[in-house]
Design a protein around this ligand. Structure first.
Ligand SMILES: *[C@@H]1O[C@H](CO)[C@@H](O)[C@H](O)[C@H]1NC(C)=O
Ligand SMILES: *[C@@H]1O[C@H](CO)[C@@H](O)[C@H](O)[C@H]1NC(C)=O
Ligand SMILES: *[C@@H]1O[C@H](CO)[C@@H](O)[C@H](O)[C@H]1NC(C)=O
Length: 366
């Protein structure tokens, strides 16, 4: 028995005054709490062990622990949405004779079956390898097709099914979620939190959540915007009918209407007033003409822009005149989205307009 406990018992046993009883109670309480804490700690440790074993009975909660198949990486369990877990099992991680077909396009799964002799034929058709060398993190096929789900082949490609696109296999298990369902990060490898990543809030780090719903919504929203814009463009074509063929208002005169109006954009420091084909001003303490005139460049495919070159030239390098460039993007209404001085005396604006939308009939054809 240690010294404080002895003292504590002595206090309890002896004739005590109220003050001594109080101390005794306090000491007892402290011991009791320490005991409780140690029990709790042991309990947590054993629970963690259970969770890391990936046992099925723990898969009932809101989130599911996936036991990662990583052989050469730390076994990091990650939490995934149960819907995604189902997807991994049913679609993405489809298993063929012990090999999980990650990164294989659904339509290509028929090529990923072992032959009678247990061989896999590389997709270039002139090389065969044992089936168990598929997705085993070692590159065998010259065309990289034996490792669609790892980063072993320099020329390998991982197919992201929900986004219908390939990505370089170097992005597999690099800690950054590339496919919207996170299937490229199946090991759950995490990047160091202090690692410098490209500055973008689009970057998602593993463990990945399934954001394919967002992706679908974004796609759909974009499609709707283009459709709305294409409908609104009809009126621009009517207005521009007189200007078909004079070259500077688009092939069908669709940009003519923009030359009739002025558009305002407020940044924290300035107010910009842009009158396409006429002039463009920046108002702060003073008013500066930052562009005038206009020449339309580009095409529907690469995007249209209006270069307005004849602004004021004072204080510009080599006396060059200030230039405003309107970069057009298809949108349902005319709107300046952003203006910034990209280089000294060159002002770049993002400008949404129906004029930059595809024609309604080409849209309906696709
Ligand atoms: C499936 O795998 C087992 C064990 O690796 C192997 O013995 C068998 O031959 C394989 N079957 C085929 C069709 O490749
Ligand atoms: C396999 O075929 C591809 C073209 O299909 C060719 O470029 C490559 O050199 C061939 N490799 C071998 C080892 O024959
Ligand atoms: C720019 O053009 C508009 C429209 O023609 C005109 O009202 C305005 O005064 C012009 N501003 C400057 C600074 O020239």
């Amino acid at each position: 028995m240690d010294a404080p406990t002895q003292r504590h018992l002595r206090l309890m046993g002896g004739r005590s005054n109220p003050f001594q009883t109080l101390i005794a109670l306090f000491v007892t309480a402290v011991f009791f709490m320490m005991f409780q804490a140690s029990i709790l700690k042991n309990l947590q440790r054993s629970q963690l062990r259970l969770l890391n074993s990936g046992s099925e009975q723990h898969n009932k909660g809101k989130y599911t622990k996936l036991d990662m198949m990583a052989m050469d990486a730390p076994r990091i369990a990650r939490e995934v949405n149960p819907k995604f877990a189902q997807k991994v099992i049913k679609e993405i991680g489809i298993k063929v004779n012990g090999t999980i077909l990650r990164g294989v396009m659904k339509a290509h799964r028929k090529f990923y079956v072992p032959s009678k002799n247990g061989l896999f034929t590389c997709l270039n058709g002139n090389q065969t390898i044992p089936w168990n060398a598929v997705n085993n993190n070692y590159c065998d096929c010259a065309d990289g097709t034996d490792e669609p789900g790892t980063s072993a082949c320099k020329n390998g490609r991982f197919y992201c099914e929900p986004e219908h696109q390939y990505m370089p296999s170097s992005r597999v298990n690099d800690g950054i979620c590339d496919c919207c369902d996170g299937s490229d990060e199946w090991k759950g490898v995490t990047v160091a939190p202090d690692l410098k990543l490209p500055v973008s809030d689009e970057v998602r780090r593993a463990p990945c959540m399934d954001v394919c719903m967002d992706y679908e919504h974004t796609k759909m929203r974009e499609l709707n915007i283009v459709k709305e814009g294409a409908e609104a463009k009809q009126a621009y074509l009517v207005d521009g009918a007189q200007h078909v063929g004079d070259g500077n208002f688009g092939p069908n005169g669709e940009f003519y209407r923009l030359s009739l109006d002025c558009y305002i954009f407020k940044s924290p420091g300035y107010i910009y007033e842009i009158c396409p084909y006429v002039n463009s001003t920046q108002s702060g303490k003073d008013v500066w003409l930052i562009g005038a005139g206009g020449k339309l460049e580009g095409s529907l495919e690469e995007g249209y822009r209006l270069v307005m070159p004849d602004g004021r030239g004072d204080h510009c390098p080599q006396g060059r005149k200030r230039t405003t460039i309107l970069n057009f993007k298809c949108g349902p209404i005319d709107k300046v989205k952003y203006v910034s001085e990209k280089e000294v005396c060159v002002y770049s604006a993002k400008f949404d307009t129906p004029a930059a939308c595809p024609d309604l009939n080409t849209l309906e054809a696709t």
